[in-house]
Design a protein around this ligand. Structure first.
Ligand SMILES: *Cc1c(COP(=O)(O)O)cnc(C)c1O
Length: 247
């Protein structure tokens, strides 16, 4: 392990794992699954991560994800699609995604369902909830008021299996209330679908708070990978959150 990038990733991973273990232990739960968000970094990094014991990777752009998945097809990884998804990308995404986190509207449910029917796949999905304050809902996710109806739609899609909920905490305010809201929706979902127990919440900066509110899956980019290479995007998005409309 002399490659400096591998050493850097190893050290970052160790630090994140220590944070996750400590925060999970503090709330008396088994350590959450860490999804390493590899967007903007190459397949060589994905390969390094796999060598370091990472089992789950996350991507937010279809084109980038499809290419990386292909280059890493020999690796035993679980691929998470965490970006805003346009319906015309559904066909591509279902070819490689093990879990689609960002189902947020009926039209996307229909597109994913059709795409899966065509290839004979049952696709695991999460319903993404918009946790932004009502007056600034620019990012993805279903409004909480429409959550039950969307869950119903997913449950009626023959080729989709609902596995839980996903949310991104709002920018510029404490994330606790948003994660608490997400936890409440998760409980409600589980009264209908008992095994839909995934709560995808928490990123590099707020993973401890997410774990306090029952996150089972964390989406960690920067804390493992370092700053993302695209400077423009960091400046406009503050280096976090649901950046990157999937083309
Ligand atoms: C990029 C991204 C992350 C990772 O964010 P970091 O702050 O770098 O950990 C998590 N979730 C989503 C939806 C993302 O797009």
């Amino acid at each position: 392990m002399t490659d400096p990038r591998t050493l850097e990733l190893a050290a970052n991973l160790e630090a994140v794992r220590a944070r996750v273990e400590a925060a999970s232990a503090a709330v008396g739960r088994p350590p959450a699954t860490v999804i390493v968000v590899t967007k903007f970094f190459g397949a060589d990094d994905v390969r390094r991560l796999a060598g370091l014991g990472v089992t789950d990777v996350g991507e937010n752009r279809d084109q980038e994800a499809a290419a990386k998945h292909e280059q890493c097809s020999d690796l035993d990884l679980t691929w998470h699609f965490i970006g805003q998804l346009q319906t015309n990308k559904a066909k591509s995404v279902v070819r490689y995604a093990d879990l689609v986190h960002t189902v947020d509207r009926a039209g996307l449910v229909a597109a994913l369902d059709r795409a899966c029917a065509a290839i004979g796949k049952v696709q695991d999905v999460l319903v993404q909830v918009n946790l932004d304050p009502v007056q600034r809902r620019e990012r993805g996710g279903v409004a909480t008021a429409d959550f039950d109806a969307l869950v119903d739609t997913v449950n009626h899609a023959a080729c989709l299996r609902i596995r839980g909920v996903m949310g991104v905490a709002p920018l510029g305010e404490p994330p606790g209330p948003a994660f608490e809201l997400l936890a409440g929706l998760s409980s409600r979902l589980r009264t209908q679908v008992a095994d839909a127990d995934i709560v995808s919440a928490g990123m590099s900066s707020d993973l401890e708070v997410a774990l306090q509110h029952g996150a089972t899956h964390l989406r960690i980019g920067t804390a493992v990978m370092g700053s993302r290479p695209d400077v423009r995007y960091r400046q406009t998005q503050g280096g976090s959150h649901n950046e990157g409309e999937a083309q």
